[in-house]
Write a protein that binds this ligand. Structure first.
Ligand code: KG4
Ligand code: ZN
Length: 334
């Protein structure tokens, strides 16, 4: 892998991320989180997100360069998330990246956010390469991807309704556990019994696709009935049971794809891959099946600039994109 020096910018949703990498080595990765700005609304408000990116991006880019001990003149390229994501939020990152690339006279490399998640494991796992099966699960997307090699992807399955992170977020909100819901349910589950309540595991007839809206309905119905009957189980048991239902489906579908493709490696990316139970269960299954498992540390599972820079490395020799590129909120892998 080339050891070019790349500044990566991520602004697709509610985290402003900037990183400086050399090849797959992260020299600095900094983040401005907007959780506080959105929590009182119970979800990400696009206009609030865009505004917060505007405020954060310039100081954050300076901070990343200073932490890395790199002067902007030394950069080989500027990489930025082009999509998918919130258009106003994406525009802030892309406009800043264009201006920086133009000022420095360096190539601009647009990156697909999901390819960033898909390549994040490379930061800590040098051996990661295709063929592999990648499970990508975040607030906006849930996909099972056959990675033949980097850049050559087949999306085998995806969610037909809510993304896995969205299911965590909506259910946590319904249970009053706060926002973002994934970490809240992860935490509440630590002392809970995953077998306390059996929630449905949907789409058993479609090997690689997900559906999480049925789970949501089932949890809401269950809680309303239990409340009316005065038999509500402890919140940590409900949280652990919800988590188990989501994790079961993600693990099963991932390993269905391992069987189908014959790949001997599994990779993961996206905020949901920070989930402790999911990581444990993937590790156990990979071990049982003799398959390599490449997961980023939780900080590189959730949105960050380092994964964007790392995904850009293999495009360094292509000379960069024209400076009139636009954001692509609906961009999809393959
Ligand atoms: O990848 P990401 O940071 O942003 C998007 O691209 O959407 O993913 C955010 C999602 C949120 O839905 C959040 O609740 C979920 O990832 N998440 C988790 C955990 N940490 C973040 N879900 C389950 N367990 C976690 N520990
Ligand atoms: Zn993401």
């Amino acid at each position: 892998m080339s050891d070019g020096l790349i500044l990566g910018i991520e602004t697709s949703c509610d985290e402003t991320g900037v990183a400086v990498v050399r090849g797959r080595e992260v020299l600095a990765s900094v983040l401005a989180t907007q959780t506080e700005d959105h929590s009182r609304f119970g979800g990400v408000v696009p206009e609030v997100a865009a505004r917060a990116h505007v405020e954060a991006i310039r100081p954050l880019a300076h901070l990343a360069l200073a932490k890395a001990g790199v002067h902007s003149d030394q950069l080989d390229a500027v990489a930025v998330t082009r999509g998918p994501g919130l258009s106003g939020a994406l525009m802030v990152g892309v406009a800043f990246a264009k201006a920086l690339a133009w000022t420095l006279g360096k190539p601009l490399i647009p990156v697909d956010h999901m390819e960033g998640h898909l390549m994040a494991p490379l930061i800590e796992h040098e051996a990661y390469a295709g063929p592999a099966v990648a499970v990508l699960a975040s607030g906006g997307h849930s996909q099972i991807v056959h990675v033949r090699s980097f850049g050559d992807y087949e999306v085998l399955g995806s969610t037909i309704d809510d993304a896995a992170g969205e299911a965590f977020d909506k259910l946590a909100r319904f249970m009053g556990l706060g926002y973002p819901g994934g970490p809240a349910i992860d935490e509440a589950s630590q002392n809970g019994d995953p077998d306390a309540v059996t929630f449905p595991r949907a789409l058993s007839d479609r090997p690689f696709d997900f559906s999480f809206s049925g789970l949501k309905t089932s949890v809401v119905t269950y809680l309303e009935k239990a409340k009316a009957a005065g038999s509500l189980p402890p919140v940590e048991d409900v949280a652990a049971s919800i988590q188990e239902a989501i994790v079961d489906v993600l693990v099963d579908k991932t390993f269905n794809a391992v069987r189908e493709t014959g790949a001997r490696a599994v990779a993961g990316g996206g905020g949901v891959l920070a989930n402790r139970r999911l990581r444990e269960r993937l590790a156990a299954r990979a071990d049982a099946e003799g398959v390599e498992l490449y997961l980023p540390t939780p900080a590189y599972c959730t949105d960050n600039g380092a994964m964007i820079a790392v995904a850009a490395v293999r495009h360094l020799d292509e000379g960069g994109a024209a400076l009139d590129i636009d954001v692509d909120p609906g961009l999809s892998l393959a």
